[in-house]
Design a protein. Sequence first.
Length: 444
Amino acid sequence: MSAVAVLRAADSERQQRHAAAALAAAGVRAGDRLLVSAAASPDLLAVVLGALRTGVVPVVLDPGLPATERAALAEDASPALDVGSEPGRLLTGTDEADLADVPLARPMHYTSGTTGRRKGVWSGVLAEDDARALAAEEISLWGFGPGDRHLVLSPLHHSAPLRFAIHTLLAGGEVLLPGPFDVDRAAAAISTLRPTTTFCVPTHLQRLLGRGDVDWSSFRRLVHAGAPCPAPLKHAVLDALPGGSVWEFYGSTEAQFTVCSPADWLAFPGSVGRARPGRRLETDDRGQLWCAVPPWARFEYWRAPEKTAAAWRGDLVTVGDLGRVDDDGVVWLDGRREDLVISGGVNVYPAEVEAVLDAHPGVVESAVFGVPDDDWGQRVVAAYVGSADPTGLAAWARERLTAAKRPKALHPLAELPRTSTGKVRRLDLPGVLGLPGEAGVADG
């Protein structure tokens, strides 16, 4: 197995200055976008932070994207510079540039949408006061400091793991990069390198606890999100780790909504905690959750004003999740939206997968849904009408979709179940096909 990269804040700071100088020399200015699609590495973090601390907005893409999807997102983002999978090419010079104390922007991540078209989450260049408030909020909430060793378990093209790594470095701590998740490598890193913090999804926890030999005693804060955590697993994690160390939150690529302490979860098991500091949650008459956020947490959908308008109501924002806020201020998620499958902490929108399957010449129409999976929470499954052979259709999907979005099974049907108005009943498909069904909640 490859060695774990240990990144110290002081070493990264020098690399960030080199990156900032290289960006300036290339004519990249504040407000411009820098496209990068690279695996987690010290170089990636240096380039992302060097950009952010000069007001350049890194657009961080999944390095595993199929070429056609990457090309479409690159065209949409209109970057001033695209360094692809080689962020290190910005670190070869000797020149250094000055950096702001804090990031002057948020990275732009693309999030899947119910229409199948991915949306860029854009915050632009922040005012100085807002930039300082944003960094202070994240560092204060999780208590990051110079003594922290943060273990990266999730890909850095996702917003939460990148946010945790960035703010650990800004607070003077170290970041441990063991590479793509491998349970043996992660267990060894935990037991030997003694991390103090990590961000993970329930799939990571299930696999690590399944070993039974991980020494968790070094953690002061383990934070999980990205998918619902089954109660038995949550209790096992709480028992295995030091008291008070296991926290979770509910949020999305767009915004962060709640934080749930161990005490709150034990008092209100199954909840996602209370509104994050500086926020307020409420529901509308449809049960949709809306969150009032501070100025530094505002965003828009890149080049999609109609989607931006639908997401905002004054200072309240929604990502479409359903839930309730009880009299104690505790937030509960009441149901998984039919248009969302969460597999290993990755949001998969059926419409996006269906658009790829429906483009196959042998498919008349398709419907994508999730079924329970012991390892991943849910796995993606598809039913379709048409003459396509399942093996050939699987190959078609493999060329056009990232691994998390590829259907793990493809079922040909004579017709899809529909409502009286003609809408496909995705949630009926597990029963039609004799597969296990699931009721659950959405957790961003």
